[in-house]
Write a protein that binds this ligand. Structure first.
Ligand code: KG4
Ligand code: ZN
Length: 342
């Protein structure tokens, strides 16, 4: 009998403040997923310091890769390809992963596959949802990106809308800092909002003229800053929980409204959210209700696969591998890489 060979991908992710490596089998089965987070370090500065991120990646990357291979109980010989995030992200941070992946792939004589970070975030949905296959729509909401994407096939995308200024996660982080919650703000706002009234403060829901699927969050961020500064000037106190909950509601309202507009216009049957902000409890609930009301199947990854990780890069690399994507030894980090570019 002819047995189909399993495909094992070693994946590396270092685009921001997580040094991560994973082994993924046949694109859907995570054999290991090791993440060394630098969050505690960057918290001291209130945000990611690129130079520190690169140095920390260099320090951690070998350990993380060894741990990923060890946990998966596979040797480099058994790996079929090495996948790595080569953009978008912080150039110095990306370079660490790309140089490492090239060195391993060259030494072990394995194919090298560069992966787009957002393609990875979207692919995170395949890990726990064996029934999910393209075509579907995705809303990618992270610290660096807010994209509404039509996933036409594995590795084939149309960007329908994007943010004109701040990314959704960036707005969460900035507002959290302003109301004294610290970094990273998203999970803290999510938590504190549970105690607050989302209708307490009427923050604006921004729309971009002539671009129904584009987002803008900088006006909302300014409105929150103006509100708290106004309170301070008048010597009044404000409720941190009410401001957090009202801000979170303003963000989720806009995200859900635009996503549902696309669902109706494009007759979408399956919708998947992705990226760090996709672990937000209010967004998950609102999207779930909105999708259910329209008979749309709704998918989201577990929190560990929403924020940066290498398993999602391994999944995306597997489908790129099957599509024939191979990169040469001249693969470089591209900080502003566009989705769908090779
Ligand atoms: O995907 P990710 O790990 O990194 C990027 O590719 O940017 O996303 C990190 C972002 C941060 O802005 C963080 O505040 C946000 O995701 N985030 C959240 C939550 N968990 C993480 N935002 C809202 N609610 C959360 N529960
Ligand atoms: Zn990310």
């Amino acid at each position: 009998m002819c047995e189909k060979k399993d495909i094992l991908i070693l994946a590396i992710e270092s685009s921001c403040d997580e040094t991560a490596a994973a082994v993924v089998k046949n694109g859907r089965e995570v054999r290991s997923n090791v993440i060394s987070s630098q969050i505690a370090l960057h918290t001291l500065y209130g945000g990611v310091v690129p130079e520190i991120a690169s140095r920390k990646h260099i320090e951690k990357i070998n350990q993380v890769i060894e741990a990923a291979l060890g946990e998966a109980e596979v040797s480099l010989d058994e790996i079929d390809a090495v996948g790595v995030t080569y953009g978008p992200g912080l150039v110095g941070a990306l370079l660490v992963g790309v140089a490492e992946a090239k060195a391993i792939a060259y030494a072990a004589k394995k194919p090298l596959i560069g992966v787009h970070h957002i393609e990875g975030h979207i692919a995170a949905n395949f890990i726990e949802h064996p029934d999910l296959h393209p075509p579907f729509f995705s809303l990618v909401v992270s610290g660096g990106h807010t994209h509404l994407v039509r996933v036409k096939d594995y590795g084939k995308f149309d960007i329908i809308g994007r943010t004109r200024d701040d990314a959704a996660g960036e707005a969460f982080d900035k507002v959290a800092r302003a109301i004294g919650l610290g970094y990273p703000g998203g999970p803290k706002i999510d938590q504190v909002s549970k105690e607050g009234n989302p209708e307490a403060v009427a923050f604006p829901r921004a729309h971009v003229a002539e671009a129904p699927y584009d987002f803008s969050f900088s006006g909302l961020k300014s409105a929150v800053l103006n509100y708290i500064n106004g309170c301070r000037m008048k010597g009044e106190t404000y409720s941190q929980a009410d401001v957090a909950a009202s801000f979170q509601k303003a963000v989720t309202d806009v995200l859900v409204e635009k996503a549902m507009h696309a669902v109706e216009e494009y007759h979408v049957e399956q919708f998947a959210i992705a990226g760090g902000v996709a672990s937000n409890s209010a967004l998950r609930l609102a999207m779930k209700e909105a999708c259910e009301a329209r008979g749309v199947k709704f998918y989201y990854p577990s929190p560990v696969y929403c924020t940066d990780n290498a398993a999602m890069i391994g999944v995306a690399a597997y489908y790129e591998y099957r599509n024939g994507t191979r990169h040469g030894w001249d693969l470089n980090a591209i900080p502003n890489l566009k989705l769908g570019e090779r």
